[in-house]
Every structure is written in structure tokens, then in C-alpha cells.
Design a protein around this ligand. Structure first.
Ligand SMILES: Cc1ncc(COP(=O)(O)O)c(C=O)c1O
Length: 373
């Protein structure tokens, strides 16, 4: 909810669209305006498809990669979440007992009801380890359709990419004709208007957006270079959905992107400053109360956890977090009227004022004291 709840301009655009109609089963002007704005903002976007959820657009990206390359395997990374659909629900948060060898992790399903034969098409690798990617590609020459990754591992520890890691993925994909998919469901329109791909300066072949994009309305995007996306346009790779372009969702997304891109994206300066103010405040409050709080992240999205490490660089480093202590911290915050997500990820919206942030820090000071050391 990058603009906060019930932003007046978003709601008025939605109401205006709703008064005209809900679903046209054909393209309409706002859809085209939205597509144009996405293509102007996002480096990898030449053509787009709207969907309803991040999970679904991730699935569309994987199918498109397989359709384009005529290959079966995909690489995903340990600790990354790409939605709840069958081809990616592996090794999102495996325990030390489940995870297997560090350089060739087990493929750990996070659900029952999956088919073994589907899982055989997924290779799970450690993130931030370019050598592991190179050797997996050597072992599976000519069979990898796609590498899918969050450009920053937001879902576990907000781990930034090591210097050169994303560039390394780009190079390997180019050399081996593999499709590079950035899952920007969290980072998109949040780290910058052009997402993490703009922030880190690495352009994927396909990207997926959701969440911040329409400020809480159910719409997602698959964006990519024309040479790939054309297969969808021509109907060779199927992507469909009756509800994909509901007018309120398109109106919400268009209004949100217009606000985010106005005044040369000045809102991002504010979001980053708010994020920094909160991070600094939380860090000082934790130190004062004698806790080792590790904070990682960029701009308006970051992770907090109690850990003795000075940085968390891989998924397995996240095992160092004292999650029971964090639950106590979150409970103490909630008892004082501040709700945070229990697994440590924090988001700032443009609606959060300096006063909100200072209030949060002062409540956090009380909560740090209340949980003891
Ligand atoms: C990185 C990432 N990809 C995909 C998804 C799935 O998106 P949705 O919940 O809209 O299906 C999520 C949701 O949390 C996510 O964080």
C-alpha cells in the first residue's frame, strides 16, 4: 500500500471508473494509458499483460519462458517466494533439518498436493552464489528455460544482491539463452519508479509486478521485451483471465502510477527518507535497550530481526534470527497499538508522516524494554 489506505485520488479514479462499467472484455483507453506508463517507467517493459495476482503473473512468466525456449527446467533460489502456484512452491523457508547441502539445497515443498514430476523441473540453488548457478547450468546444458529471482530477497531478511550477482545472472542468461525473470512483486514501484531493475541497473527479460502497483487493488503485471511477449500476443503461449482488466483495478493502478511518477518521482525521496528515519530510530532504541537488532533493506522496505550476525547474506544466515524473541517484540508493539508483520518485514507508505515514525520509535523503545534482554 505504497500510498497508504484509501488515498483520495485513487478512490476517486476507482469510483469514476466504476460508475461507467466494471468489465469490458475488450481493451479500453485507461488500460492503454496504464501500459504506456509502465513501459515508460520500467526498463524491461516493452509489452505488458495484466493479471490478478503476483502468483499468477509469475506462473505466466515461467510458461512464457518455457514456451519461448522450448526447455523444461527452471532455477529458483532458496528462501525466495514467487507465489503459491505449483512450479515455485519449493524451499521458501526450509529448516536446517530439511535444507540439505549448502551448495545443492534439497527441493523442499511447502505444501502437500504437489506432483513429484512437476518438482523435477525445478532446481533450487543458494542465492548470491554465482558459482552455484554456473555449475548448475553446466550440469543441465541446454535444458534451463529460466532463472527466476527477487532482485532483493525481500521475503527472507531483505537481503540485497552481492556486488555483481545480478550482473552475473544477466551475463549467464545471455550466454546460455536463458530467460531472466525478476519477480518485482515487492520491489516494483517501491525501490524506485522503475523498480529494483532500475535501482540496481540490471535489466531482466521478463518482470512481474503486484502489491504496490495498484495500492491494494487486485491487479498484477507481466512485462517484458517484445520478442518474448509477442508469443502471448500471438496466442502461442496462453495467458488468459476473464477478470484480468477490471476497470476499478486498472483505474487504481493508473492513478497510483500517476502519483508515483509526478514531479519526477519526488515521492521516492520522501519514502526513502522516512525509511531511513525509522531504521535509524529503531536501531538506536534497540541499542539503548541492550538488544542486537539487525536491520537490512532499501528505501521503504526493510527487515528487522534479533541476530548476532552483522549482516545476513544468504537464506541460511536467516536461521540466526531469534524468532521467538521477535514474536514477543511484535506482541509488545501490538499491545501498544502498533501492528507489524510477525516475520520481520516492514513497509513504509507515503501516508506515514515523521510524527508517525517518531511515535513508532518511541513505542518500540517501550517494547524493547518490555521484552528484556
Ligand atoms: C516476491 C513475491 N512474489 C510473488 C508473490 C505472490 O503474489 P500474490 O500474493 O499477489 O499472488 C508475493 C507475495 O507475497 C511475493 O512477495
Amino acid at each position: 500500500m505504497i500510498l497508504g489506505h484509501s488515498h483520495p485520488e485513487v478512490l476517486s479514479a476507482v469510483n469514476e471508473a466504476m460508475a461507467k462499467g466494471q468489465l469490458y472484455a475488450g481493451q479500453f483507453a485507461d488500460e492503454v494509458h496504464l501500459a504506456e506508463l509502465i513501459c515508460q517507467s520500467v526498463p524491461s517493459a516493452e509489452l505488458i499483460r495484466l493479471g490478478l495476482s503476483g502468483s499468477e503473473s509469475d506462473q505466466a512468466a515461467i510458461r512464457l519462458a518455457r514456451g519461448y525456449t522450448a526447455r523444461d527446467l527452471i532455477i529458483k533460489f532458496e528462501g525466495h517466494y514467487h507465489g503459491w502456484l505449483d512450479h515455485v512452491v519449493y524451499s521458501v523457508g526450509p529448516s536446517p533439518e530439511q535444507a540439505g547441502p549448502v551448495d545443492s539445497p534439497n527441493r523442499v515443498p511447502i505444501s502437500t498436493g504437489l506432483l513429484d514430476r512437476d518438482s523435477e523441473c525445478v532446481i533450487v540453488l543458494p542465492w548470491n552464489d554465482i558459482d552455484a548457478v554456473t555449475s548448475a547450468i553446466e550440469r543441465n546444458k541446454g535444458r534451463i528455460a529460466a532463472i527466476i529471482t527477487e532482485p532483493m530477497m525481500c521475503n527472507n531478511g531483505c537481503i540485497p544482491p552481492k556486488d555483481g550477482f545480478l550482473q552475473g545472472l544477466r551475463r549467464i542468461c545471455d550466454d546460455n539463452e536463458i530467460i531472466l525473470i525478476f519477480d518485482e512483486v515487492i520491489t516494483g514501484f517501491r525501490l524506485s519508479l522503475g523498480g529494483a531493475q532500475e535501482h540496481f541497473g540490471v535489466t531482466p527479460d521478463l518482470s512481474v509486478f503486484g502489491k504496490a502497483f495498484a495500492n491494494g487493488f487486485p491487479v498484477s503485471v507481466l512485462a517484458g521485451r517484445e520478442k518474448f511477449m509477442r508469443l502471448v500476443a500471438e496466442g502461442k503461449v496462453l495467458h488468459a483471465g476473464t477478470l484480468n482488466s477490471q476497470t476499478p483495478c486498472v483505474a487504481a493502478a493508473l492513478a497510483t502510477l500517476r502519483i508515483l511518477s509526478s514531479n519526477n518521482g519526488e515521492i521516492y525521496g520522501r519514502l526513502n527518507a522516512s525509511g531511513e528515519r525509522l531504521r535509524v530510530g529503531l536501531a538506536e532504541a534497540a541499542t539503548k535497550a541492550g538488544h542486537r537488532l539487525l536491520i537490512q533493506g532499501i528505501g521503504p522496505v526493510f527487515h528487522t530481526g534479533f541476530s548476532d550476525l552483522s549482516a545476513v547474506e544468504t537464506y541460511r544466515d536467516t536461521w540466526s534470527y531469534d524468532t521467538a524473541k521477535y514474536t514477543r517484540f511484535a506482541d509488545e508493539l501490538l499491545a501498544r497499538g502498533i501492528r507489524v508483520i510477525g516475520r520481520g518485514i516492514w513497509y513504509i507508505s507515503a501516508a506515514h508522516t515523521d510524527d508517525d515514525i517518531d511515535h513508532t520509535v518511541s513505542i518500540a523503545e517501550e517494547a524493547f524494554k518490555a521484552i528484556g534482554r
